[in-house]
Design a protein around this ligand. Structure first.
Ligand code: NDP
Length: 261
């Protein structure tokens, strides 16, 4: 018996113009949810909206920067006025930055934290009153494998995703009395525009090539986890291995990571 029925639910997905966010909007809509999709790229959101509408789904788009309080307000207002409430908040918008910490522009850490952490916190704060009144409400926070194990060339990004992890664990306990679930998703390498959209790139580690999963595969795993009431998922085989190895012997993983720095 699934814990949550997607059909008829009302969702917000941030970072919906590409990658995992876009695939999630498609999957949620396919399963019968009404969705408010937000991101900065107007053309991408319009194309998504046309695709969903052509399939008979209901979607509202909000164009704007998620670090701007007005975008967040508009997104909440859109779900309230168009669909009458909110059951699913997916905090997916995120950016990376690649490069050694010693070479990083100081603005990089602030930018990454603004998008990946502060915007997620503030969306959750704004959505909370609506979620409390929702049906089987859930917050889905997109973290990363690097929210379990920091990696060289990604210091600020790793820190932002550790922050997401800690925040999510804390609110999961607090939200229990309101019957709001919190699911944390920790993807590994996924085929999206993520690595083309990094805010800064100064050199790169030479990681061994691991087959990346598709955004659609990740989206299907996320929706399945939402339905079954899971709290944590790692939709990536190598990611699970890394997390397991890091728990078993963090010193060994430190040595492996140092080889790539
Ligand atoms: P994409 O680059 O394809 O998607 C990122 C999304 O975030 C886009 O829709 C982008 O929209 C949006 N976004 C970025 N900055 C802002 C901003 N300032 N305001 C509003 N929207 C913004 O990458 P992914 O789909 O891979 O990333 C989705 C999530 O998955 C992120 O949180 C990422 O950290 C996480 N992740 C991804 C991994 C991967 O290998 N791909 C691995 C682990 C985690 P727009 O540019 O139109 O604003």
């Amino acid at each position: 018996m699934p814990k949550r029925d997607i059909r008829g639910s009302r969702a917000i997905v941030t970072g919906a113009s590409s990658g995992i966010g876009r695939a999630l909007v498609m999957e949620l809509s396919r399963q019968g949810a009404d969705v408010v999709a937000t991101a900065r790229r107007d053309d991408r959101l319009r194309a998504l909206s046309e695709e969903i509408s052509a399939q008979g789904g209901r979607i509202e788009i909000v164009v704007g920067d998620i670090t701007d309080p007005q975008t967040r307000e508009k997104t909440i207002q859109a779900v309230h006025s168009r669909f009458g409430g909110l059951d699913i908040l997916v905090n997916n918008a995120g950016v990376g930055a690649l490069g050694l910490f010693e070479h990083a522009d100081p603005a990089r850490a602030r930018h990454v934290m603004e998008v990946n952490f502060f915007a997620l916190v503030e969306m959750t704060r704004l959505a909370f009153p609506l979620l409390k009144q929702g049906t089987n409400p859930i917050v889905v926070n997109i973290s990363s494998i690097l929210g379990h194990r920091g990696a060289p060339y990604s210091s600020e990004y790793s820190a932002s995703k550790f922050a997401v992890q800690g925040f999510s664990e804390a609110i999961r306990a607090e939200f229990t009395r309101h019957e709001i679930d919190v699911l944390v998703v920790s993807p590994g390498t996924t085929q999206t525009e993520f690595f083309q959209s990094v805010v800064e790139r100064v050199g790169e580690p030479t990681w061994p090539e691991h087959a990346a999963v598709t955004a659609e595969q990740v989206a299907r795993r996320i929706v399945r986890a939402m339905k079954s009431g899971r709290h944590e998922i790692i939709p990536y085989g190598w990611g699970k291995v890394l997390c397991w190895l890091n728990r078993l012997s963090p010193a060994l993983v430190d040595r492996i990571m140092a080889r790539y720095a």
